[in-house]
Design a protein around this ligand. Structure first.
Ligand code: DAK
Length: 208
């Protein structure tokens, strides 16, 4: 079996690297199986105090393997119990840190979000582009991305499929809120609402 996941030890730190560069580390069934068994084994090793999960410069992981998904029915997904692997990753006791460069998309983004911490380089591109292939995030993306960057930005990313830079993900909800606030201030309704308060009357909003 080819090594889809590589492991190195640096003292108490274990570095696990996804190793499917030709497919931008797409999370095939075989890769996920190797990844989860590697992580569980490291988790049982008391000398390992921290696990770093990395991809390569071009991609942390570009999502679930679309070729495999295209061959799967809803019943296949249900009975293959793939979601249990994701639960196993969340259940690790050892702190898990995602080291992200390049594409971090779909299931790849969900994998990073399932880690305890994300350290991202400037080249990182986060996204949940599942709507582009007709599905939606299925391994925690709608919930964990929302908690990480706030509801409005998460909705924007999931519905549009656009990518977020590391800076934007970090500045996240606050910057987005600020932009919406400026936009709201430019509206007639904001002028009406503020003026109405001062004039002690009910505002007449027009949705403009
Ligand atoms: N799956 C399979 N192969 C992929 C792939 C993917 N997600 N992403 C890239 N590849 C492959 C390409 O097919 C190509 O292979 P060759 O043609 O060379 O054989 C190779 O990687 C290089 O990709 P590109 O030629 O496309 O490279 P570019 O630099 O031009 O573009 C890209 C990079 C990241 C923009 C593009 O590759 C891309 O859009 N990739 C797809 C991204 C995407 O849509 N990801 C979301 C997939 S859906 C579940 C849990 C989770 C999920 C599902 C179920 N359960 C628990 C049931 C998750 C679903 C998803 O993630």
């Amino acid at each position: 079996m080819s090594e889809l996941v590589l492991t190195e030890r640096e003292g108490a730190i274990a570095v696990v690297t996804l190793n499917r560069p030709d497919a931008l580390n797409a999370l095939s069934d075989a890769l996920m199986e190797q990844l989860v068994s590697t992580l569980l084994e490291l988790d049982r090793d008391e000398e390992v105090r921290c696990i770093v999960l990395a991809g390569n410069d071009k991609a942390f992981a570009a999502g679930a393997d679309i070729a495999e998904l295209a061959r799967s029915s809803a019943i296949d997904l249900y009975y293959q119990r793939r979601i249990e692997r994701w639960d196993a990753i969340r259940g690790l006791w050892t702190p898990l840190i995602a080291a992200v460069s390049g594409y971090c998309l779909g299931g790849g983004c969900e994998l990073a979000l399932a880690c305890d911490l994300i350290v991202a380089s400037e080249s990182a591109k986060f996204g949940q582009p599942e709507t582009g292939v007709g599905v939606l995030p299925g391994a925690g993306g709608t919930q964990r991305l929302t908690r990480a960057v706030g509801k409005a930005l998460a909705m924007d990313v999931i519905l549009s499929g656009r990518f977020l830079s590391a800076d934007e993900a970090l500045a996240a909800g606050l910057e987005y809120e600020r932009r919406l606030l400026y936009l709201a201030f430019a509206s007639d309704d904001a002028k009406e609402g503020l003026t109405a308060f001062m004039e002690k009357r009910k505002p007449e909003f027009k949705g403009r």
